[in-house]
Design a protein around this ligand. Structure first.
Ligand code: F6P
Length: 545
């Protein structure tokens, strides 16, 4: 690290110390009977066990000093006060206002939020109680949410996570990809009379969403949907009212969004209306309440007991001092199977930055690659690399203590046992001596032991956090998601980068336009001559493709 400070130098020294043989995770536990309790922290609706991480009191206190030197507490206060933390777009990030924390710098948002949430509640209740009916006077039974990125990932993930809270009369489908295979399969078997489309796009200009919205409208009309009933079957969530109206959506059916909610934080806004439609308005309110509780923890808890702060500092620790390039998110909960995808956007779109807020090149690595899937499935696929691969990959396990219903009790114990066994296996590994003794006891010959022992050794000493939720409820889910948002913010504050813009994404959008116009006109040979100018601008590889 260039121009490192005294604190950064100390962190490097701690990292070296903690890689010594007498400082393995097992050794740290054996010397400190209180370690598990001391490195376990409570936050609303969740308990975080950091004791299987490569930290001890002294290294943690230097990490906390780093946080002080980078003015983390002030950064958190600025965020919650509604200051323009998104300095490249001159915007505040006020998603916490949607869950009740009205910032001092923007008291006017309270009224807008109240009005919008009332509009959402009225609409959701009308669909559920039959006041809002389809064109034939029948109930709406299918919702198709059309959006991409934050206008899809968050709502889809939460709807899947709350499978035990679903309204039995409604099925929710999520369509994001511009590949028509997705919308075509979502629409197969649906009828326009009982289907409601929600077009969710903050900009109302995203190519994928516009293509799918047009395909949905064409399908609606081609399958007997009448023009005068479009208003019963199409609603929009956007900041761009004129574009939604010119697409054909009635002004009364447009739910507002605001510049101060980033796409990846938008599930808490009207962009999350599919969640409430798929479950109930009260469920959505409970989700917001859970997130609000975590917000208060993040804002008020001293840094040394602040769960997202410690988690964020650990991510910095591994990224910058242990050269960990990725982090695995392993929810041992099938309903949370879309969480890793949601967190990929939240974390990687926020932290994939190479310059500081002032536009100066960063001096250290920033965001890690986030990946994972629901356990136990991952155990039968990529966990091999976690256990015996050559990379250090910190893992974050999410376990739910109680099953959703009593009849799931037994398989749920297996689920938990596997979750706890994985973090334990990552830590303890299996030594050469253990492998040899085990093989000997199983009757293996000396020759066989010699041939196979090295393959069976598992190095262990691999770090993980376990987050334990009592139950998977709207409240605990809200808290968990707010925890991840806060954890991302902590990293951005330490690295002094803007977590709320995403300029890199724009390049792909820009470059796809001329290629699309080439592909769309190429079919017609008469137009080739006019596109030759375009072809000159393409590189030879793209041209041949
Ligand atoms: O592609 C990046 C992005 O801007 C995301 O941040 C956002 O969630 C997504 O596109 C969708 O944008 P919109 O809601 O404007 O359609």
């Amino acid at each position: 690290m260039a121009n490192e400070t005294d604190t950064e130098r100390q962190l490097l020294q701690h990292q070296i110390r903690l890689t010594q043989a007498d400082h393995t995770l097992k050794a740290l536990f054996s010397r400190d009977s209180d370690r598990a309790a001391r490195l376990t922290f409570e936050a609303p609706h969740l308990t975080a066990d950091f004791s299987k991480q490569h930290i001890d009191s002294s290294s943690l206190s230097v990490l906390l000093r780093l946080a002080e030197e980078k003015n983390l507490q002030q950064a958190i206060s600025n965020l919650f006060a509604g200051q323009q933390v998104n300095n490249t777009e001159q915007r505040a990030a006020l998603h916490m206002a949607l869950r009740g924390h009205i910032p001092s710098a923007a008291p006017e948002v309270a009224e807008e939020i109240k009005r919008t949430q009332q509009q959402m509640a009225d609409f959701v209740n009308a669909v559920h109680n039959g006041a809002w009916l389809g064109q034939d006077g029948g109930a709406i039974t299918n919702i198709v949410n059309i959006g991409i990125g934050g206008s899809d990932l968050g709502p889809a993930m939460v709807t899947a996570a709350l499978q035990d809270y679903l309204n039995p009369g409604i099925t929710c489908h999520f369509v994001s990809n511009v590949d028509p295979a997705q919308i075509d399969s979502a629409l197969a078997g649906l009828t326009p009379e009982s289907t409601l489309f929600i077009i969710v796009s903050k900009s109302f200009g995203t190519l994928e969403t516009m293509q799918n919205a047009e395909r949905a409208m064409a399908w609606f009309k081609a399958h007997g949907g009448s023009k005068q009933h479009i208003s019963r079957h199409f609603v929009a969530v956007t900041t761009n009212l004129p574009a939604a109206v010119s697409f054909g959506i009635s002004e009364d059916n447009v739910f507002p969004m605001w510049d101060w909610v980033g796409g990846r934080y938008s599930l808490w806004s009207a962009a999350g209306i599919a969640i409430a439609l798929a479950t109930s308005w009260q469920t959505f309110v409970d989700l917001l309440a859970g997130a609000a509780a975590m917000d208060q923890h993040f804002l008020n808890q001293p840094l040394e007991e602040n769960v997202p702060v410690i988690a964020g500092l650990l991510s910095v620790w591994y990224r910058n001092y242990w050269q960990a390039e990725s982090q695995a998110i392993l929810p041992y909960s099938q309903p949370l199977h879309l969480l890793p995808s949601h967190l990929q956007q939240l974390d990687m779109e926020s932290l994939g930055k190479q310059v500081t807020r002032d536009g100066v090149s960063v001096q250290q690595d920033t965001g890690a690659i986030i990946w994972g899937c629901a356990g136990t499935n991952g155990q039968h696929s990529f966990h091999q690399l976690l256990h015996q691969g050559t990379s250090l990959i910190p893992a974050e396990f999410i376990a739910i203590a109680c099953p959703a219903s009593a009849d799931r009790w037994e398989p749920h114990q297996h689920l938990l046992a596997n979750c706890f066994a994985q973090s334990r296996a990552l830590m303890t590994g299996k030594s050469t001596e253990e492998v040899e003794a085990e093989m000997l006891a199983a009757g293996a010959s000396t020759e066989e032991i010699k041939r196979l022992a090295a393959h069976k050794v598992v190095p262990g000493n691999r770090p993980s956090t376990t987050l334990l939720l009592g139950r998977l409820t709207p409240q605990s889910l809200g808290s968990l998601l707010a925890y991840y948002e806060a954890k991302v913010f902590v990293q951005s504050a330490i690295w002094q980068i803007n977590a709320f813009d995403q300029w890199g994404v724009e390049l792909g959008k820009q470059l796809s336009r001329p290629i699309a116009s080439r592909l769309l006109t190429e079919r017609n040979s008469a137009t080739r001559a006019t596109t030759s100018e375009n072809s000159a601008t393409l590189d030879p590889s793209t041209e041949q493709l």
